[in-house]
Design a protein. Structure first.
Length: 314
C-alpha cells in the first residue's frame, strides 16, 4: 500500500495548517480571483461558495487515468461550483448552474465520512475534483479524516486556476497533482474561461506543484505514488494553444512529465450554433493526431489507456 506523506507530518501539523487556511476565508484569496469576501460569515462571490464546501457526489471512479483508477477505482469527491466560467464546461450543471441558496454546504466531518467510505470500498486514492476554491475546506476535512484513520494518497484534480498560497498550504498533504492546463493565451482565456489571468496563474501553480512532488512516479502495480500528471483537453481549432502549452511543459518541467492529451471535447455548457460557433463542433481525428505528434516530438510521456480497470480486478 502506498503510504502518503501526510501520515509523517509532526503531531498537530494538519490541524494547525487547516486552521491557518480556514482563517484566510475571512478575506478570501483562495484562488486567483482574490475576491476578498468574508466567507467565514457565509458571504460569497465568483465561486458562489460560503463557509462550507458543496459536494455534489462521491464514488469510486473507473474513468480516470489507469494509474489512478487501478482495479478498485479512484475515490472521487466532486465539489460543486467553480472559480472559472468555462463556456464549454462538460459539468455545467454542477459547476455553474446550481444556485447557492438551493444547496447546503458540507461541514468537514461530513466530507471526512465520504473519504473514509471510499477508503472502505477499496479505492486507491482520494481524488478531489474542482477543489481550487475550497482548499481550506479540503484541509480541515483531511485533518478530521486522518484522525479517524484515513491513509490513502490524495489527488488534487484541478483546472490549474489555483492561488500560489493554496498550493503551499497543500505541501506534503497532496501526493498527486493533476492540473488541466486549458489555454495558453490571455485572449482565449478571457473569451472561453472568463479569466484573463488564467495562463500566468496556471503556469505559476503548476511550477509550484512540480517543485513539491516532481514528475509522476508509478509503482510496480501501475499505481501513481507521487508527482504531477498534467491533462490537456485539445480544443477544435486550438492546436496553436496546444503547441504552446506542450512546449512550455517540456522546457519548464522536462520531457519526463506525464501528460494525458484528451480528445473527448464536445460542445456543452453555453456553446451552441449561435454562441461560440468556432468551437461548436467535435475535435477531428486529424487534429488529435497532430496534437499527439507534437507531444511525441517533444519527447513527452503520454498516458496510454487500457480497457476499464474493473476487468482486471484482483
Amino acid at each position: 500500500m502506498i503510504r502518503p506523506r501526510y501520515l509523517d507530518l509532526p503531531a498537530g501539523e494538519l490541524h494547525e495548517r487547516a486552521d491557518r487556511a480556514v482563517a484566510t476565508l475571512s478575506d478570501c484569496r483562495a484562488c486567483p480571483r482574490d475576491c476578498r469576501v468574508d466567507r467565514l460569515s457565509n458571504q460569497w462571490a465568483v465561486c458562489k461558495t460560503g463557509r462550507h464546501a458543496v459536494v455534489t457526489s462521491w464514488f469510486p471512479h473507473f474513468g480516470e487515468e489507469d494509474c489512478l483508477r487501478g482495479w478498485n477505482g479512484s475515490g472521487t469527491v466532486f465539489f460543486g461550483h467553480c472559480n472559472l466560467r468555462c463556456v464549454f464546461c462538460q459539468n455545467y450543471d454542477i459547476s455553474q448552474a446550481i444556485k447557492p441558496r438551493e444547496v447546503t454546504g458540507n461541514p468537514p466531518e461530513k466530507i471526512a465520512e465520504m473519504m473514509l467510505e471510499l477508503q472502505a470500498l477499496g479505492c486507491h486514492n482520494i481524488n478531489f475534483v474542482t477543489p481550487e476554491h475550497v482548499v481550506p475546506n479540503v484541509l480541515e476535512s483531511v485533518a478530521v479524516a486522518v484522525d479517524r484513520g484515513l491513509a490513502l494518497p490524495i489527488v488534487y484534480n484541478t483546472s490549474a486556476y489555483d492561488a500560489l498560497e493554496s498550493i503551499r498550504f497543500l505541501e506534503d498533504i497532496v501526493d498527486i497533482y493533476m492540473p488541466d492546463f486549458k489555454y495558453w493565451s490571455c485572449d482565449r482565456s478571457r473569451k472561453y474561461l472568463k479569466a484573463e489571468n488564467y495562463p500566468e496563474s496556471a503556469r505559476t501553480a503548476i511550477r509550484s506543484m512540480h517543485e513539491q512532488v516532481g514528475p509522476l512516479d508509478i509503482d510496480a502495480d501501475g499505481l501513481a505514488r507521487r508527482g504531477v500528471l498534467i491533462r490537456h483537453l485539445v480544443m477544435p481549432g486550438g492546436l496553436d494553444e496546444t503547441r504552446a502549452i506542450l512546449e512550455w511543459i517540456e522546457a519548464e518541467l522536462g520531457p519526463e512529465t506525464y501528460l494525458n492529451l484528451m480528445d473527448q471535447y464536445h460542445p456543452a455548457g453555453k456553446v451552441n450554433g449561435e454562441k461560440f460557433p468556432e468551437i461548436d463542433r467535435a475535435l477531428t481525428s486529424a487534429e488529435f493526431r497532430e496534437a499527439q505528434r507534437i507531444a511525441l516530438g517533444l519527447g513527452l510521456r503520454l498516458d496510454e489507456r487500457r480497457p476499464p480497470a474493473r476487468l482486471f480486478r484482483r
